[in-house]
Design a protein around this ligand. Structure first.
Ligand code: ZN
Length: 149
């Protein structure tokens, strides 16, 4: 899959997002991601990207990164080091279960939303305040609240 399709109708857009989500839900993408990698395997995987998250490019520590499956088990992936790439926690939590096309839409929408917020449009203000309220709820639910900063 290369470029996302051009969609000129909001109803069609809604249907397309639902269609892709249904593919994911009825596909064989599974949460089969709990592996015990050895220290040596972690070093090999970490070195593949020069210690960067393969999604966002942020530095990840060799003993902290999460291993992202390049190919899921259902599509023939293995548990060997050549089938893993390092990701940061945020990217791994948000990205892993989405299909590539779905993730591209999410990125595109996210960048658009970010621009609305940065440009302080009416919609941007609304998204920002709703998003922050949701974030406060999520943060309050965390077992290990992070340091404020
Ligand atoms: Zn990342």
């Amino acid at each position: 899959m290369n470029e996302l399709p051009f969609i000129d109708d909001p109803i069609h857009f809604h249907q397309e997002l639902k269609r892709i989500a249904a593919l994911r839900k009825h596909g064989k993408v599974k949460k089969d991601r709990i592996y015990r990698l050895t220290k040596e395997e972690r070093k090999i995987i970490h070195a593949k990207t020069g210690g960067k998250c393969h999604v966002c490019g942020k530095d990840v520590l060799v003993d902290k990164f999460e291993a992202d499956h390049v190919k899921s088990h259902s599509s023939g992936g293995t548990s060997l080091t050549d089938n893993f790439l390092p990701t940061c926690r945020t990217c791994n939590n948000y990205r892993w279960h989405y299909l590539p096309e779905e993730f591209q839409w999410i990125l595109k929408l996210g960048i658009w939303a970010r621009t609305q917020i940065a440009n302080d449009t009416a919609l941007g203000k609304q998204m920002s305040s709703t998003f922050i309220e949701r974030e406060k709820i999520r943060e309050a639910r965390r077992r290990n609240p992070r340091n404020k900063g």
